[in-house]
Ligand binder design. Structure first.
Ligand SMILES: [Ca+2]
Ligand SMILES: [Ca+2]
Length: 272
């Protein structure tokens, strides 16, 4: 199994990280980041989570969107990469984004919000966590907030992710494991078991080999056994949807459902 997994992961990694453009025009400078945050040049896009069998929308994932002064879109990972060097700014940006994402969210169904362990850590305050408080305050019976957790990048994140999941669990907030299958991701068994939803990364759909369905079914079975609902992200075509159905995924997400996407204001001024 190890050799097969290694090969699959190599293919996944290649699909996920095509050669990056080093064009200076696309780099984000600290002063531009500050301009984006101070002038609130950001917004949110809600992408539907669709029931694989019925085709119904059961909820949305809120995704941050950032813009330069001229309206040009800035990739969120560039923004967060810079923010990670500055915990205070990271906290401010994340808190603003989460408030906006809650404020403009569709009123019913599941609402998935992304939060990485570093941001959560930056929101730690004596005796409580400011993010946990925010989510708990805005929990509604008809619109449940769930937090997507990604365990990645650094070994230290695993401990942080663990603390974050425990805090949410104590507060009655369910978590989803994000981006399963990313080769630089780390998955702890405890996090796997504590997640109400397991979201498989879109890179599983790229470069399909004959072995891929078997490997995916194996992972999917594990997620099921751990008690999680399963989601395949990155669905773009009817063939992708058929593939997700064949593996047995409960839900799917992706541009195939773009006519159901909901966006909220660039420079939204909403306050909570
Ligand atoms: Ca996510
Ligand atoms: Ca994801």
């Amino acid at each position: 199994m190890n050799a097969i997994l290694k090969e699959e992961f190599a293919a996944l990694e290649q699909a996920r990280h095509p050669v990056r453009s080093m064009n200076a025009a696309h780099m984000l400078h600290p002063h531009e980041l500050l301009d984006i945050l101070l002038n609130r040049r950001f917004g949110v896009e809600y992408q539907p989570l669709v029931d694989t069998q019925s085709g119904e929308t059961v909820g949305f994932e809120a995704l941050s969107r950032f813009y330069r002064a001229n309206g040009e879109v800035v990739a969120p990972d560039k923004v967060f990469e810079l923010l990670h060097d500055n915990p205070l700014l990271l906290f401010h940006a994340e808190m603003e984004m989460k408030k906006l994402q809650i404020l403009h969210a569709p009123e019913t169904g599941l609402l998935f919000l992304n939060l990485d362990p570093d941001s959560f850590h930056a929101g730690q305050s004596p005796g409580c966590n400011l993010f946990t408080n925010l989510f708990r305050r805005h929990q509604r019976p008809q619109r449940e907030i769930l937090i997507e957790v990604i365990e990645n990048l650094h070994i230290g994140d695993v401990a942080l992710a663990r603390a974050m999941i425990t805090d949410f669990k104590d507060a009655g907030i369910r978590v989803a494991m994000d981006d399963l299958g990313v080769s630089n991701g780390l998955v702890s068994f405890a996090a796997f078991c504590d997640s109400a939803f397991i979201k498989f990364d879109r890179s599983w759909l790229a470069g399909r080999t004959n072995r891929k369905p078997a490997v995916m079914k194996w992972f999917h079975g594990m997620a099921r056994a751990a008690g999680g609902h399963t989601v395949l992200e990155g669905i773009e075509t009817l063939a992708d949807l058929a593939f997700a159905r064949d593996i047995g995924f409960d839900y799917v997400q992706g541009f195939y459902f773009r006519d159901r996407f909901v966006t909220a204001a660039w420079r939204a001024q909403g306050q909570i």
